[in-house]
Design a binder for this molecule. Sequence first.
Ligand code: HEC
Ligand code: HEC
Length: 285
Amino acid sequence: MAADRERDAVTGTATTGHEWDGIRELDTPLPSWWLYTFYATILFAAVWCVLYPAIPGIDGLLGHTNRRDVAEALKAAADQQAPMVDRIRALPIEEVRKDPKLLAFSRTGGRAAFNNNCAACHQSGGAGARGFPNLADDDWLWGGSLADIEQTIRYGIRSEHDKTRISVMPRFGADGMMTPAQIDDVVEHVLALSRQPHDAAKATRGAALFAERCAVCHQRDGSGNREMGSPALNDQIWLYGGSRADIRESVFYARAAAMPAWEGRLDEATIKMLTLYVHGLGGGK
Ligand code: HEC
Ligand code: HEC
């Protein structure tokens, strides 16, 4: 190639020997400031790789790693919190609640644990969604006292735990326990209980059926029963929706959703912190 190289007449610079339609490419040397900066960056990278961790699994000569810094910072934070967490673990929950510092600490920790473990179902702030009860109002399926909430969180609802809260609404339609006409009647009665537009004749027939088949759990007036986690049907708060179609589906199939048990999965102190957090969301009794 070198033989092909000529000097460009105008600039005096060597050409690369490439030529397109009479246009020749100049072989202008790189400016030396650029070249030396480039070499310097290569050198910098090489030195960096030796001093700092750059290759997976090999710590740099300086022994500095961000990962260890983070681990140390986390451990320092945990050590700092340990006395608080130990006290929360040791004290009965009522006592924790009475101590303003422990309570504030619990609610903050509880919020973090809630976002990690509960918000997927109950939404952030416990706002709830269809099928997942709102935890921030004062309408409770199973009760809103500290003890009630702790029991729910610890053992779950229809969970795998031996001590789970449990109650199962019969599948009146799917299991053929009521005829479709009877279900229509009882649904109209539930609409009447919740003060919604309904067919009066059907609702009257439905009232008798309701007293016979539903009142054991939901009470005659539809006010529900926390012993069995049966929701009130005479308010406007619905877990699965209050339209005619929603209520019919609830009666036909029953829903029987499960809430996992957290004992064993979460630390004792975390369960207490979660209880205090949920209790403090607004509806705690
Ligand atoms: C997989 C979804 C799911 C997750 C995760 C979950 N829950 Fe639930 N939770 C439910 C369902 C469903 C119910 C209602 C069950 C029923 O009674 O029909 C419920 C009910 C509750 C209740 C009772 C509400 C009442 O009105 O009595 C509390 C309290 C509660 N959850 C707290 C929590 C906390 C705290 C966490 C996190 C540690 C959590 N839940 C995680 C699904 C979930
Ligand atoms: C053994 C107790 C039990 C009986 C009997 C029972 N229920 Fe229920 N019901 C529940 C429970 C528990 C729930 C909440 C969990 C679920 O849906 O599985 C519920 C939920 C409902 C809901 C959904 C409420 C909402 O907020 O979305 C409706 C509607 C309902 N029941 C109507 C009836 C009617 C009508 C009858 C009688 C034909 C009846 N239930 C009989 C226990 C019972």
